[in-house]
Design a protein around this ligand. Structure first.
Ligand code: FCB
Length: 462
């Protein structure tokens, strides 16, 4: 008799979903994203409005996560609620977060709390936000306040979500607020965010020595469109350096590449200032040399022709579904940090309103993650973006990343097939052949090597 083939994950592996306050809570009317929406600057002109109504009813979605037997959940605190004016604290907002964290714990889900996920209070944005180094102290004061008040309920913190996305989309391409296009400013913001992470790390460490404190970056492999073309290689590597590598190097205490290092100092005390590295991975691009694109370092990005694609967005494509990219990024981060800390996939997901490709995509990405673990990488958890469809920043309501479908008008929820599949994986702490056969039979071969269970084996990790 053959045993069922499966990819078993290590005991204690964290399974969850990731979300952010502004995208889910609703009626966050005191941050720079709200203002951006009011000014009609999202691509669709849409507004977050009631979002997924988490400020009133997050618990109903936590229940869905509990049914999926998730043992963790990533959410963020909305700074502009807790500190609506500089130095004024709203105890009732804080109490709401205490209720949510308690609720998660009662459901046996470890909360991973993000302290900054793209939104700034208006008063902070008006003072110049993270473009001014002296403003970092406001963020640290907020961090101290919330950690002091929540440390009995949470010990797993993510300081800043995707400094590279916040800096480059807000200050280089102008797609996010404040809509600027200034490369030096973008790099300064990136540097200040990494400095803010480091200072937040030490502040939390002092208040809660046992806390697990990290940050996350968005990683997007950028490959030369024609692998043997020196020009494509050069522009792909240059873009890769700025998008994927500079922030990680700053986090490791290294300098900006020369001559930028003359204008932008390294981040003091950075080396060692994290307990884990968070990895957000969605897709990759091909890059070809293009003289017409000086602002993009002469590289034009596009998805691989013929690739499986996520649903398109307003701004263009959301990208290819490329599971191997996750494996490559895990190795890249492990290598660049000399394997110094555990890794968590703090986001991965896809825009797929019909759930056409999501089951297969989740399975194949997780199989790649499993492969990395098998090879010895310390990957400790996976947070799928996201639990319930939510307000996707500039893309508004047109993007559907949820395991659960949401109708924002009626607030009705409808779990997609992926939700029950993810539940089965979390319950089994494994990808079993039966799960693959039922949800994405086309992936049996990519995951288990051959289409039949003959010679089946269990890959158990210790
Ligand atoms: C990430 C963001 C997250 C969400 C997903 C789709 O870059 O952190 O808020 O927008 O992309």
């Amino acid at each position: 008799m053959t045993r069922e083939r499966k990819l078993q994950f290590p005991e204690g592996f964290l399974w969850g979903t990731a979300s952010s306050a502004h995208q889910c809570e609703g009626d966050n009317c005191n941050n720079q994203w709200y203002r951006w929406e009011q000014q009609g600057r999202t691509l669709t002109g849409e507004r977050s409005g009631a979002a997924a109504n988490w400020w009133q009813q997050a618990e109903r979605d936590f229940e869905l996560a509990e049914q999926m037997e998730n043992n963790a959940l990533r959410l963020s605190l909305e700074w502009s609620r807790i500190e609506p004016e500089a130095g004024r604290w709203d105890e009732s907002a804080l109490e709401r977060y205490r209720v949510l964290l308690r609720d998660l714990r009662q459901r046996h889900m470890t909360p991973l709390v993000t302290l900054h996920h793209f939104t700034d209070p208006l008063w902070f944005a008006e003072r110049g936000g993270f473009a001014r180094e002296e403003n970092i102290s406001y963020f640290i004061r907020f961090v101290r306040f919330v950690v002091a008040h929540l440390r009995d309920l949470c010990s797993f913190w993510l300081t800043i979500n995707e400094p590279n996305v916040y800096a480059f989309l807000g200050y280089l391409t102008g797609e996010f607020p404040p809509g600027e296009r200034d490369v030096l400013r973008a790099l300064r913001v990136l540097r200040n965010l990494m400095a803010a992470h480091v200072q937040a790390f030490y502040a939390i460490r002092e208040l809660q020595p046992e806390g697990q404190i990290g940050y996350c970056l968005n990683y997007r492999p950028l490959d030369p469109a024609t692998p043997w073309s020196p020009l494509d290689q050069a522009v792909a590597s240059l873009q890769d350096r700025f998008y994927n590598r500079v922030a990680l190097q700053l986090a490791e205490g290294q300098r900006f590449p020369w001559p930028l290092s003359l204008a932008l100092p390294a981040v003091p005390r950075a080396a060692g200032a994290r307990d884990y590295h968070g990895i957000n991975y969605y897709t990759r691009d091909l890059v070809c040399f293009d003289l017409g694109r000086p602002a993009e370092l002469f590289g034009r990005r596009f998805p691989r022709p013929g690739a499986l694609m996520q649903d398109p967005g307003r701004a263009g494509y959301f990208g290819e579904i490329y599971p191997e990219g996750l494996y490559r990024v895990l190795h890249q981060v492990y290598r660049s940090t000399r394997g110094n800390k555990p890794l968590y996939v703090t986001e991965h997901g896809l825009n797929d309103s019909e759930d056409r490709l999501r089951p297969r995509a989740i399975l194949e990405h997780l199989a790649m993650l499993h492969r990395a673990i098998r090879e010895g990488l310390p990957v400790r958890g996976y947070f799928h973006w996201t639990l319930v469809d939510n307000f996707e920043w500039n893309e508004g309501w047109g993007a559907h990343f949820g395991l659960v479908e949401l109708n924002p008008q009626t607030q009705e929820r409808r779990p997609r097939p992926s939700a029950s599949m993810f539940g089965e994986i979390c319950r089994a702490n494994a990808i079993t052949e039966s799960i693959v056969e039922r949800y994405a039979p086309e992936a049996v071969t990519t995951i288990f090597g051959s289409a039949t269970a003959l010679g089946g084996r269990t890959q158990v990790l210790t």
